[in-house]
Design a protein around this ligand. Structure first.
Ligand code: HEC
Length: 255
């Protein structure tokens, strides 16, 4: 019988290469978990409740078009940044027209100085609007149209480059697994790339039409599932599955 299995497989690698692969897989998995935590704090909080829902995705990309960005953030991911009373004062000020005179005179400036500018100012180094300048406060007081096209373009290209790179190595390691049928293996390897494109396309689609929010969840979820599958199989074959020696296998296959 012909030996159709390729000889390089995960279980028969030396400890050094297995350690390298394992180190990479563990760090990337922790990175993935951190990304999920971060999503909970930004998008997950968009509707003011922890946990990711389609509402969160609609608010994040399409926006909450009944109000301003400032108000929806104060009901969402910025809810915990100021005491209830101050939060309501800011929201009230926005609803009354958000003009500069009352900003300075009715204590909104004071609230922002106390609760917001630790992060929302140039010295913090965070990529968030600088609220020491009134024009930036005025800008977020306008109708909330969700993510801007420029921020979508920025996050899209970072995700496309970064995530495809991660899946290059995770897929490369997984491609050396020996216990998975070829067709399934190729499918699992290519899946994250297809769903990465769908995921990113769905952000733009949701920006234009809130009905696409479910596609964001499917795109991200499928990417996570293929990651978990490749990770578990690779770890299993390296450390738990009995080692395959070429001689043993040739003998087995010859029988
Ligand atoms: C601990 C740091 C921190 C503090 C304090 C903070 N923010 Fe933020 N803010 C962020 C981060 C990070 C983002 C971006 C992530 C997000 O949108 O949730 C953000 C985003 C925002 C946005 C959306 C900006 C945009 O253009 O999309 C608004 C509006 C906002 N914050 C308002 C406030 C207000 C008002 C306060 C004070 C009551 C405040 N923030 C306090 C960190 C902070």
């Amino acid at each position: 019988m012909a030996n159709t299995q390729h000889k390089i497989n995960l279980s028969s690698q030396g400890t050094a290469l297995k350690s390298l692969f394992t180190g990479y897989l563990v760090v990337v998995a922790v990175g993935y978990l951190m990304a999920i935590v971060q999503i909970q704090f930004t998008h997950g909080m968009a509707d003011g409740k922890l946990g990711l829902s389609t509402d969160d995705i609609v608010y994040s990309y399409y926006g909450k078009r009944s109000g301003s960005t400032l108000e929806s953030k104060l009901d969402g991911s910025m809810k915990m940044m100021a005491p209830e009373e101050d939060r309501l004062k800011i929201i009230n000020w926005v609803r009354k027209g958000a003009d500069e005179k009352s900003f300075n005179e009715s204590g909104i400036r004071q609230i922002m100085d106390n609760s917001c500018i630790a992060c929302h100012s140039a010295p913090s180094g965070m990529p968030v609007p600088d609220f020491t300048k009134f024009e930036n406060v005025a800008h977020v007081s306008k109708t909330d149209t969700g993510a801007s096209f420029s921020s979508l373009a920025r996050v899209s290209h970072i995700h496309l480059f970064g995530i495809s790179f991660i899946f290059m190595f995770v897929g490369l390691i997984f491609s050396l697994a020996s216990g998975i049928p070829k067709a399934l293996k190729s499918t699992v390897i290519v899946m994250p790339y297809i769903f990465l494109l769908i995921d990113i396309a769905s952000w733009w689609l949701t920006k234009l039409n809130p009905h696409f929010a479910w596609l964001v969840i499917i795109g991200g979820g499928t990417m996570g599932l293929s990651f978990a599958f490749m990770w578990i199989v690779s770890m299993y074959e390296m450390w738990i599955m009995p080692r395959i020696h070429d001689d043993d296998r040739d003998a087995l296959l010859d029988e």
